[in-house]
Ligand binder design. Structure first.
Ligand SMILES: [Zn+2]
Length: 319
């Protein structure tokens, strides 16, 4: 098979780099069973040709893809859904009930992201958002069962990172596909001490208490593996869940300790403290990367995390 930036895991699970921002930043997954397949997350519209190339290389016809399953409607996960659905004639889109309307009419997603990135940068990062025909959308509340081939996926409602977020449990591999709910853990930080993990507190629905409860809900399944969007496979879920829970508590405490006024000043203060938290954590992890390299890998995440924490504090203050 040509190099398509993919990793073949056990149990017919393929991790696909979605070419978002840089290699190794964002993935989506193809899961196969008995002549049928599903995509979990999609990347952006720019990722879609790459996903179709992979199908072709594997000898899977577009008509054999039964479901497209974005974990939530943030654009690095679901931005390519409409374009992908247009190319998969028999697929249905499975989406959290709170996210469905944004897939059918993406105008709010476009407006929100354009406000953050500007029009030119939006186009560059995400391309065109294509609406999904309402008749092809399946709203999946907690405990929805999705069947394809001989495989069964269980959808679990998992708020905390976002209210429109679910995770997907695959009984065959005893693994969860977790989008952003199980944190982010870049492979560049792997070393003899294992993997480094932290919570993405991206705007605007961070909710620490709910998120901690969600992690307990996931670990109750005693999963063997976790498949992250950012990035790839995590092999020791219980230990990583503890680390991530600590990270969520630390991020909330860092935000609460801020004395700056809401807005850019507070974002800057929180960002500086998150950076210090991360550098300390990476040192304890035995990370030997240069500070400059770490900054290149994490700069965008830290900014988004600080913005999300500022938005959370603002919500608390207004309540
Ligand atoms: Zn994400």
């Amino acid at each position: 098979m040509p190099n398509l930036d993919t990793i073949e895991y056990a149990n017919r699970i393929t991790c696909i780099d979605t070419h978002y921002q840089r290699p190794g930043l964002a993935a989506c997954y193809l899961v196969e069973s008995e002549g049928e397949a599903v995509f979990i997350d999609t990347g952006t519209s720019h990722s879609v040709p790459h996903l179709l190339d992979l199908l072709e290389a594997k000898g899977i016809a577009p008509s054999q893809v039964k479901y497209v399953i974005p974990t939530h409607v943030h654009l690095d996960h679901a931005g390519g859904s409409g374009e992908l659905m247009r190319r998969l004639p028999h697929a249905s889109l499975v989406i959290h009930p709170y996210g469905a309307k944004h897939m059918i009419d993406p105008s709010k997603l476009i407006a929100g992201a354009t406000a953050v990135y500007g029009e030119a940068e939006f186009e560059k990062q995400f391309g065109r958002l294509v609406p999904v025909d309402e008749t092809r959308v399946i709203e999946a509340p907690d405990q929805t069962c999705i069947r394809f081939g001989e495989r069964e996926l269980l959808i679990l409602d998992t708020p905390g990172h976002a209210r429109h977020h679910f995770c997907v449990y695959d009984a065959e591999s005893q693994a969860f596909f977790t989008g952003d709910t199980f944190g982010l853990s870049y492979r560049e930080f792997d070393n003899e001490n294992g993997q480094f993990i932290m919570p993405p507190t991206t705007p605007t629905q961070f909710d620490p208490e709910t998120w901690l409860a969600t992690l307990r809900k996931l670990t109750a399944f005693s999963p063997q593996r976790i498949y992250l969007t950012h990035y790839g496979e995590i092999g020791n879920p219980l230990e990583m869940a503890n680390k991530l829970s600590q990270g969520i508590e630390d991020f909330a405490a860092i935000a609460r300790a801020s004395s700056a006024a809401p807005g850019p000043q507070r974002v800057a203060e929180i960002r500086a403290r998150l950076n210090a938290w991360m550098m300390q954590g990476l040192e304890a992890h035995g990370c030997r990367l240069e500070a400059e390299t770490i900054d290149e890998l994490m700069s965008m995440d830290l900014t988004l995390d600080a913005q999300g924490l500022d938005a959370w504090l603002t919500r608390l203050e207004q309540a």
